[in-house]
Design a protein around this ligand. Structure first.
Ligand code: AMP
Length: 594
């Protein structure tokens, strides 16, 4: 299959503003792909070579990419730099410079020289990109440059644009995993239940290339049999939220296990003998940031093979007290991990176990999983089970909640003890219910919203964004619906870094997965999640969240929104949902009318 066929699809996707069309283009592409390379096409279409959790990187910054462009286009580095300055992005720069070179080539043809150009196949592109990513050690930079230049030499100008964007991690198509799942179900599934079967497999084994391959080769039956594997992260189970202890206990049948809700970073630890791998909630491989946490798992999880979950929390080394989530961000650095480890030590609070020595526990009810967890965690002052209590009354729950807050936690997690309390991988449900401390604002809870666009600032904010257009997620349609424009709560430092932070996500029109009536000055691929608070939820004629649900011709909006913090640990699909905004609105009304 030729790479140009992928590029044609990318161009169509880039031009559309409709989510359904985006899926239709993908389906048309997938149906044409030979089965042996379906995985490669899927990875490439998402701008990857392997699933994210494998942490494979190209290791090519802009400088090296410029060198490759210069080599392929037969021009100087200076020419490349000048063109970038004019057109603003390296993908278009490669397109322009190669186009002018090719024009030159036709002249040579005319003069009788034979130019053999090999058309790029998907296999060649994928395999060369893989070689680029894998090149390491001495001379690796030169190898990467010449490999990329060799691809560019044979690339058509348009192909070059997408190759460069891929290498720089800026494909900007914004095709989420959910969209690929839809496209796979339509292309190769059989009937209505297919999407569900495929999604369930994805939750246990979130490698879309692998799933597509099994689907094509073994059909839905094969996909059903995909199990969990130590080393491959599982999509985390998520919690619903309720506002009062009464509501929570009523939902959970009058009794539950309440656990401290630590304000840290969720860690899924995979242990295989002495080898430990840590995954974040977004399934990134974060092993190298936390050698100390790896050591705790290696030493104190008494099983040969296990998958356990817990919260990794920054602590004060002198007092052992819990520190806020932001402190953990200092641990996400590439260099000098040793010093960061000393300055920002962590503790682990374990709260679930999904697999132990050959046994998949995800279908085992929570009380039993907890017993297993207890039996394999050897507790020390640095690794412990999450603080917990069996509660049977709202009063007990409230007291435990107060204690959690006093101990530096965000609130409590209430977990169902019912026989159906399985580990619902990748699902937000009422088997876990969070009960969080109110922020000082009037809203009962904060919202995690996705930035989908921005408005240029004026006066003091000239040159940066004055406000961001924020949206909630609608899983039903896989789209993002706007709820507010947020401009306050940012520090000067936050503000200054916004344009650079969003640069990789800028597109020239509204993204097909975004539903907005407002015209932003700048549009983004939905990618960055931010925690927002506000005064209340109100009806709005301009925001599209819950459009027509409460009132015809109106949606819901947050009044006086304020930025609290970035949530790099959340993917856009994990943002607050439209339904959650509706629930917050209704609850607020109820309280007012009381
Ligand atoms: P939220 O991020 O508000 O949706 O809350 C869910 C998150 O709380 C999980 O992803 C965990 O990172 C965190 N958490 C803290 N303590 C616990 C606990 N005891 N059980 C489950 N999740 C917890």
């Amino acid at each position: 299959m030729l790479y140009s066929e992928l590029v044609e699809t990318y161009e169509k996707i880039e031009r559309t503003t409709r989510r359904t069309e985006m899926t239709a283009y993908l389906v048309a592409l997938l149906k044409k792909v030979p089965s042996e390379i379906i995985d490669k096409v899927i990875y490439l279409t998402q701008g990857k070579l392997r699933p994210d959790y494998e942490g494979l990187e190209y290791g090519m910054g802009e400088k090296l990419v410029m060198r490759a462009i210069a080599l392929a286009a037969g021009c100087s580095l200076k020419d490349v730099e000048e063109t970038v300055r004019k057109v603003g992005d390296l993908g278009s720069t490669a397109e322009i410079l190669l186009r002018s070179k090719k024009k030159g080539v036709s002249l040579f043809d005319f003069m009788g020289e034979v130019q053999v150009e090999r058309e790029l196949t998907v296999n060649r592109v994928y395999d060369t990109l893989m070689k680029i990513a894998r090149a390491s050690g001495e001379g690796a930079q030169d190898t990467k440059v010449s490999l990329l230049a060799s691809l560019l030499r044979d690339a058509k100008p348009k192909e070059a644009k997408y190759l460069i964007r891929t290498i720089l991690g800026r494909l900007r198509l914004g095709i989420a995993d959910m969209t690929i799942l839809d496209a796979l179900a339509i292309s190769f599934g059989k009937g209505k239940g297919s999407r569900e079967v495929i999604e369930r497999a994805y939750n246990r084994y979130p490698d879309l290339g692998y799933i597509a391959k099994v689907l094509i080769k073994e059909g839905l039956e094969g996909v059903k049999n995909i199990g969990i594997h130590v080393g491959v992260p599982i999509m985390p189970m998520l919690a619903e939220r309720l506002r009062t202890p009464e509501e929570i206990l009523q939902k959970l049948g009058g009794v539950c296990i309440a656990e401290y809700k630590y304000d840290g970073m969720r860690i899924q630890a995979h242990k295989k003998g002495n080898e430990v791998t840590l995954f974040s909630r977004r399934l990134e491989n974060v092993t190298h940031f936390f050698p100390d946490a790896c050591e705790l798992i290696r030493k104190h999880i008494k099983a040969n093979e296990a998958i356990v979950e817990g919260e990794c929390v920054a602590i004060d080394p002198d007092t052992g007290e819990l520190r806020p989530f932001q402190e953990l961000m200092h641990r996400r650095r590439k260099y000098d991990i040793k010093r960061a480890m000393e300055e920002y030590p962590v503790s682990l609070f374990m709260f679930d176990v999904l697999y132990v020595d050959g046994k998949d526990l995800t279908l085992t009810p929570y009380p039993e999983r907890r017993e297993v967890l207890k039996s394999i965690v050897e507790e020390t002052d640095r690794i412990r089970l999450a603080e917990w209590k069996l509660v049977k009354s709202p009063k007990e729950l409230e007291e435990f909640f107060e204690q959690a807050i006093a101990d530096g936690c965000e609130g409590v997690m209430c977990k169902s003890l019912m026989p159906n309390a399985i580990y619902q991988s990748g699902t937000r449900g009422f088997l876990w219910i969070k009960y969080k401390r109110d922020y000082k604002a009037e809203l009962a809870d904060t919202l995690d919203l996705v930035a989908v666009g921005a408005f240029w600032g004026k006066g003091k904010r000239a040159g940066t964004y004055g406000a961001l257009l924020m949206a909630a997620y609608d899983p039903g349609t896989d789209t993002f619906k706007t709820v507010c424009k947020v401009g306050s709560g940012f520090t000067d430092e936050d503000l200054a870094q916004l344009p650079k932070m969003f640069e990789p996500y800028i597109i020239d029109h509204k993204h097909p997965r975004v539903d907005s009536k407002m015209e932003a000055d700048v549009w983004f691929v939905p990618a960055i999640v931010m925690e927002i608070t506000g005064a209340e939820i109100t009806l709005s004629p301009i925001h599209t969240c819950a459009w027509g649900v409460i009132k015809e011709g109106a949606g819901l909006a947050i009044r006086f929104p304020r930025f609290i913090r970035f949530r790099p640990d959340k993917s856009p699909e994990e943002a607050t949902t439209v339904q959650e905004v509706i629930d917050l609105y209704r609850k607020q009304r109820k309280i007012v009318s009381k």
